[in-house]
Write a protein that binds this ligand. Sequence first.
Ligand code: G3I
Length: 402
Amino acid sequence: MFKLSSRFVALVALIPFAVAQQAEWDQCGGIGWTGGTTCVSGTVCTVMNSYYSQCLPGTAAPPPPTSPPTSTPTAPSGGAPPSSATALNTIAKSKGKLYFGSATDNPELTDTAYTTILDDNTMFGQITPGNSMKWDATEPEQGVFTWTGADQIANLAETNGQLLRGHNCVWYSQLPSWVSSSGFTAAQLTSVIQTHCGTLVGRYKGQVYSWDVVNEPFNDDGTWRSDVFYNTLNTEYVSIALNAARTADPNAKLYINDYNIEGPSAKTTSMQNLVKSLKAANVPLDGIGLQGHFIVGELPSGIEDNLRAFTALGVEVAFTELDIRMTLPSTAALLAQQSTDYETVVSACAAVEGCVGVTIWDYTDKYSWVPATFPGQGAACPWDQNLQRKPAFQGIINGWNS
Ligand code: G3I
């Protein structure tokens, strides 16, 4: 009978262990993972989310997940201090960008599990108030300015050492009726815009990296949106607002911000033509914000080329409101595609020098705007509603490292 030598047995016993040893930064677990689960000496297999564990240098990690995520709240691993491999802002900056950031909103700031993650400037180097700098929040009555919510977020950015994006001066939505329905003459509305933008931008002079001075000026077919500004002042309202903002804070970057301009489209062409005409007229304009409200599996093609087309006109660009929604319930396949989509968007920004950063429109599904606006859709953010990182989180890392 064939007899194994004791030496051979010892060697065979070692093989699974040797094969399973994952190198530093390698995946070592997660739902669906069939590779090795043991990390090389000096690293620890650390749960990043239910779908992804990674060999990180240093400290002990929680045990790997044994079951798919459920709706039961779990301890927010997203609150653990990120390592250099998972700190999204640190990674973005290491690639020459100014920031990776998130929108936030005042009601959320009482949620300490949420703020623990938001306040970490290695994860988020920039924040945007989702609502509290809008016209209805800052000048609800003519000449009556209210700063409580806006100040709270400006102060938070300062406390956290984060850049602040101002959002926004002039927008057809969340616009008080005293602006939209007063029947102002062109001269009166000019003065109203100058007062509003000048006062708003001036209040945060020196505190805001960039302002969405004009938000969503176009319809999807590329025509100008019909609102009180356009209907009263034609396209002139754009330069009125930009000039007022420049006067109020000469160092803030001034943006026009819109959605559905992330790939070639009629709206994109109109935005490019607007940039050209403003530049030709020496109107102050520094950047174009591409909001980036996408649907899983439906990204436009040519995002990187599109970024380059804008920067070739002499403006910087940024993804200002990125999220990628899906029809619920989420599935492993949808989450995987979402991760790929986040990677595609972030890698486009990584590849284009004039793309200064990426802002997600809040980091967690818990506070996403999507379900209220698109019933049956959601799960658009890189952290789930229990503040756990989703596969999209790794997609963002992959995008910066591409
Ligand atoms: O402030 C009222 C509050 O008093 C009231 O009790 C409550 C009841 O529903 O509503 C509150 O207002 C809500 C507001 O957010 C503040 O929370 C509005 O109903 C709600 O419609 C509004 O949604 C915001 C939306 O803009 C409005 O257009 C979202 O939070 C905000 O994330 C979203 O952000 C926009 C960007 O500014 C521009 N690009 C698109 C993006 C997503 O729609």
